[in-house]
Design a protein around this ligand. Structure first.
Ligand code: PLP
Length: 415
């Protein structure tokens, strides 16, 4: 078999996630992944092991404490490698929302009265509100609006917004409603030509493939680990040359000890250590499909990403096509995944039924979904939608199968 022909072995994938065998969840098609994903055995094992044997204050010399500290360091080291960052460029915090909030507070240092900050109306609010609040420090906020006809953020519109005074651009790598993958590399290139700092929100991107932050050349990048098969934590990457210039927001004696200077409260220890389980899971996935070899984790991640993308295309396109073709339903964003142009995060609404009603009917068919604005309420506002009722969102990841796709299409057919 030629390597390029290798397809994701979904049965193997599912066998790694105990939720697919648990009586409570096993009969459901799970389409709420953009809200939070299931976790593989390795993550659960790491968490359990930590709680049983090393749940003590870390970094002392007795074995339980020493091992706890070593594993906490290891988790950061492995995640840094997975996204091609340095250890000192990674900060693990409680969530993306808190990470972006503390980052905006730190970046205030670079914002003078009259400086401009660009935010979008396509992002989740976590990457909008903290930047808009810098108005109180004298910043002028400009909004990069998405094209209302195709729901995309257009680069020409950004070019028009940028001025000599622009200091910060906060933009999503992939909207949690529209699903399109924005060309963050191109956006960074344009912004950097004007010395603008770019903050990319990768929360809806990373579950479909861990990014190479150096290749993107983004200044700060954030994603939520509980959506990338891990516990409820958020990862913030920042370029070392900028992080080390940020003010110390931690205890005074920690001055200069970046990246700990940014976050006054460290991460939850047991959850941090369980991140090693995500690394182990991705290695397992690689070994199962390609055999054990000495490739770097970066190379492995790139191959796994391609495997995942091809699978996601196969399972999501029938749903996209089905919704797009129904006269009574309105699909948001592109109607096909092609060449990684879109994540399988599918939002839609009905022209004659509330999103709540649709969601309730889907639940009766054991389709785990919901209706909401998913905190992208500026996006829904721009689309003229009721932000209470919101849209119905079907979000898939690599452990979803074609069976899930036909289940949801059959369920929609009954509505
Ligand atoms: C695209 C996007 N950005 C940011 C966030 C906020 O993440 P957190 O819940 O970790 O604060 C979410 C959460 O759903 C999201 O979907």
């Amino acid at each position: 078999m030629r390597l390029e022909n290798i397809k994701l072995d979904v049965d193997f994938v599912k066998s790694q996630f105990p939720a697919f065998e648990h009586p409570l969840s096993k009969d459901w098609s799970f389409f709420e992944n953009a809200g939070g994903s299931y976790v593989p055995k390795n993550v659960i094992n790491r968490l359990t092991e930590f709680m049983v044997s090393t749940k003590v204050q870390p970094y002392a010399e007795y074995p339980m404490s020493k091992i706890a500290g070593e594993n906490m360091d290891l988790a950061i080291e492995l995640f840094a490698k997975m996204i091609n960052a340095k250890k000192k460029e990674i900060l693990i915090g409680g969530s993306t929302s808190i990470n972006l909030y503390i980052l905006s507070n730190a970046l205030k240092k670079f914002v003078q009265h009259g400086d401009e900050i660009i935010v979008t109306n396509q992002d989740h609010e976590a990457n909008i509100s903290p930047w808009r609040k810098l108005k109180s420090s004298g910043a002028i906020i400009k909004e990069w609006k998405f094209n209302i006809d195709n729901h995309e953020l257009e680069l020409e519109d950004l070019e028009e917004l940028i001025s000599e005074k622009t200091k910060i651009l906060a933009v999503t790598h992939c909207s949690n409603i529209v699903g399109s993958i924005n060309n963050l590399k191109k956006i960074c290139k344009l912004a950097h030509s004007k010395n603008i700092i770019v903050i990319g929100d990768g929360v809806s991107y990373a579950p479909h493939g861990f990014p190479d932050v150096k290749e993107l050349d983004v200044d700060f990048y954030t994603f939520s680990l509980y959506k990338t098969y891990g516990p409820h934590l958020g990862l913030l990457y920042g370029k070392e040359e900028i992080i080390k210039e940020l003010p110390n927001q931690n205890h005074e004696f920690l001055e200069g000890n970046y990246p700990y200077t940014i976050n006054p409260g460290g991460p939850n220890h047991e959850e941090l250590v369980s991140l090693i389980g995500i690394y182990e899971y991705f290695n397992k996935l690689y070994d199962h499909h390609y055999g054990k070899d000495e490739n770097s984790i970066q190379k492995k991640i790139k191959k796994i990403n391609n495997l995942i993308s091809s699978h996601e295309e196969i399972i999501a396109n029938p749903i996209l096509e089905y919704i797009f073709k129904r006269d009574d339903l309105y699909l948001i964003g592109k109607n096909e995944i092609k060449d990684k142009n879109r994540a399988p995060t599918i939002s839609f609404f009905s022209k004659n039924m509330s999103s709540k009603d649709i969601s309730n009917k889907l639940l009766k068919e054991k389709i785990a979904t919901r209706n909401d604005n998913f905190y992208a309420w500026r996006c829904l506002n721009a689309l003229g939608l009721n932000t209470e009722d919101g849209v119905v969102r079907l979000s898939l990841v690599h452990y979803n199968s074609l069976k899930d796709s036909s289940n949801v299409i059959n369920a929609l057919n009954k509505i």
